[in-house]
Structure formats: C-alpha cells, structure tokens
Design a protein around this ligand. Structure first.
Ligand SMILES: [Zn+2]
Length: 226
C-alpha cells in the first residue's frame, strides 16, 4: 500500500490538529521510510521480478524488522515515546503510536503472504488485495480522498504557498502510485531503495504545508496578519 497510508495520515489531522502534518505522514508511512535504509544496509531484502508487473514484480523476501507485527509494535512504541518525550502530550503520543501501527494493518489488506508475525516466525500474513490492481486502487483512493476531505475540514491555508505545496504533494503521491502499478519495475534493489528514500521528501513537504496552515477551529482574530 502507498497512498492509503498517506490518506490515513491526512485524516488523523482531524483527530489531532496540534500534530504537524509532517509528523503524521511520517508516522503512518514510518515502516516504509525505514525499509530502504535497511535494504541498503543488506539487513532486509527484496527480490525484483522484471517479468512480472505491478505489485507482483516485488517479492518481499525478508523484512522482519520493519514489517513483522512485532517489529511494527516496537516502532510504534518508539515513535510515540519519542514524541511524548519532546511534547509531553500523552494523548497525541499514543495516537502517533497507533498511526505507526496502522501501517502494518493496512499493508495486511494488500500484501500477499509475506508479513511475518515476528522476526523468525514462519507464519506469514497478507490478504492479497494486490491480486486485483483495480480493487487495490479503489481501497487506496478511498483512503486518500477521505483523508484529503477530513484534512481540508481541519485546516485553513494561510497563503498560496500552503495550497501549492499541498497540491504538489498530492500530485506527486498519485504519480508514484501510478508508476508503481503501471510503470516498469525498478532496475535493481539499489535503484528501488534510493527511490524509496525520496519518500522523506513527502514528509518534508508535509511539514512545509503545515507551516503554511492554521487549525480552522482557531478563533478568527488569531488568523489576522500581524
Ligand atoms: Zn509497508
């Protein structure tokens, strides 16, 4: 899953307007943000099947640290705790922890049987919605559109920069989704891992958007230019 995770991150802004959109998107996509680094370090592995198309071209041969259920729980506790240490807001810390964990459960819907329960486990899970690209696209688009609607109900753009960067972020996310389903498979694991590192750009863009928005619940006088 790709844009679905970002959709959930956008939607979470409604539940926790004080958390930056950058932090929210980092949380829901965190497992996939860590994954390329572990690929480059040869700690986790993936096999590319150039003869196959779309999601079938990638075989997630070993990724227990980022994508086992136990690993995901570990990352969520870590992420939520670090937020709590810095912001001292336990409600938002827990929410961010759950946002990190949501990644595993959303992946569960689409992945083939490749998500281990814990490192070393021989039980692999995945409901395999990827078998139908159109069904997966429907799920992911539903999540993204819901996320955008809830997000736009929660914030007001302060200026044109916020609107432009937000629009650009959504367009880039859609392009990545389209190319992963209908584009050619990556040439090799290095190319895949480095292109996956570009997802940090989306997180940075989300922080940028957040700096150019205000919570729509904030009284009007606060929105006056100073
Ligand atoms: Zn994932």
């Amino acid at each position: 899953m790709f844009i679905g995770h970002f959709g959930l991150g956008l939607a979470t802004k409604k539940a926790a307007p004080k958390i930056s959109l950058g932090t929210l998107l980092m949380a829901t996509q965190f497992l996939d943000l860590v994954w390329p680094t572990l690929l480059l370090l040869h700690i986790e592995t993936v096999a590319i099947h150039p003869g196959l198309s779309g999601p079938r071209s990638l075989e997630f041969t070993n990724y227990p640290i980022t994508h086992s259920l136990l690993g995901a729980i570990g990352w969520s506790v870590l992420f939520g705790s670090i937020y709590w240490i810095f912001k001292k807001n336990s409600k938002n810390g827990i929410l961010l922890g759950l946002a990190v964990l949501s990644h595993w459960f959303l992946d569960l819907i689409v992945h083939f049987h490749d998500l281990p329960l814990y490192p070393g486990s021989s039980i692999y899970l995945g409901l395999g919605a990827w078998a139908s690209i159109w069904f997966t696209t429907l799920i992911e688009m539903a999540l993204l559109i819901t996320g955008i609607i809830l997000y736009l109900q929660t914030i007001i753009f302060k200026n044109m920069t916020g609107k432009i960067v937000f629009a650009l972020l959504i367009i880039l996310l859609l392009l990545v989704q389209i190319s992963s389903f209908w584009g050619p498979p990556p040439a090799n694991v290095q190319v895949l891992a480095w292109s996956a590192q570009f997802q940090w750009l989306f997180v940075a863009m989300a922080y940028w958007v957040d700096n150019n928005t205000v919570n729509s619940q904030v009284p009007k006088y606060v929105l006056q230019p100073q």
